[in-house]
Write a protein that binds this ligand. Sequence first.
Ligand SMILES: Nc1ncnc2c1ncn2[C@@H]1O[C@H](COP(=O)(O)OP(=O)(O)OP(=O)(O)O)[C@@H](O)[C@H]1O
Ligand SMILES: [Mg+2]
Length: 394
Amino acid sequence: MATTRHGRVGPLVAPATGSAPLDVDALLDDPATEIIVCCGSGGVGKTTTSAALALRAAERGRKVVVLTIDPARRLAQSMGVGTLDNIPRPVREVDGATGGSLDAMMLDMKRTFDEVVESQASPEKAAQILSNPFYVALSSSFAGTQEYMAMEKLGQLHEDARRTGRWDLIVVDTPPSRSALDFLDAPERLSSFLDGRFIRLLLVPARGPARLMSAGLGVMTNALTKILGAQVLRDMQTFVAAFDTLFGGFRQRATRTYELLQARGTAFLVVASPEPDALREAAYFVERLNEERMPLAGLVVNRASREPEGSLSAERALAALERLEEESGDHDAGLTGGLLKLHADRVRIVSRESRLRDRFAAAHPDVPTAVVPALSTDVHDLDGLRLVGDLLSL
Ligand SMILES: Nc1ncnc2c1ncn2[C@@H]1O[C@H](COP(=O)(O)OP(=O)(O)OP(=O)(O)O)[C@@H](O)[C@H]1O
Ligand SMILES: [Mg+2]
């Protein structure tokens, strides 16, 4: 039976066989750990895990900043990041007895994009780009912009940490993509779009030898004008022309952040629910990190079902239910029957989940794993985060 600072947390989930337990506290306490990135498919608990790890690290003495992405409103409010202003702010009510601290921020994708433009272009050019309707649409809605900007923000926070010494650990949440891999793929996709030869060829008036093709391009441009309207096309043309000098800068920054993700001080945690899809996605991600030589710290299986109390097997519970139904002569075996059925269902779910985890562990035996049980309520305040932190490091 597990006990924590917060008292008993109830029966544990079945331990994962075949993989080593993830030692979360060792990871958080190691001064060589500078960046922790929580990845995983949609809705598995990335934001919760990042916030819980950041709080735990802070209360164990690290100077932490956590970059959250779209946290649920109540959680954001409890961490003091209810307003979107792209600036890390101290989280109050963190226990600072060990000398640690926690700053938190919520990613403002558009603001981050604007900052990059402002840092790369002259003030006049930046103003021209920022007010371009095509830019406004791109910076707030292009698929992949959020992933790119999360990485960009990580790069900025890392530079700030180096320069000011304000933080010694950065914990990064990742956007709610369907696939965990989007986080790694999107920046490349966005920068190839931005410096895409294709749109440049279409939009920028032909120069040099390309002039030979200009008759054909004229036809294309005319067709585009019909489809998009003259104003949109003009906006795109001025955008691409103004952005021209920034392309190199964008790529360079994306490359630098990519290198940061490969650095020794970086630790990826893959979060998954104990479901086939999420675990399959986690397996792809683990393989991809390996290919990219990015350091994986472990797997977090979140929202695992708790093992029911006692040692009654599903089979015996169902046999007892059957007997009860026979005796009472109908299919309504009352409260006892209902409980027996519930028990059998839970035993089955727990063993299905543990089979899924075993399968993952068999394919990836060297990935240390932590298992966090499903709590009875959402995690929406610091106490909830502390509890998740405790469960992560059992
Ligand atoms: N162990 C848990 N027990 C109970 N509820 C949990 C647990 N972990 C997370 N939750 C809840 O599940 C919901 C989704 O969690 P969270 O927002 O962390 O997922 P996410 O992976 O960040 O999602 P998205 O992909 O949308 O960003 C939240 O309401 C959170 O409070
Ligand atoms: Mg999230």
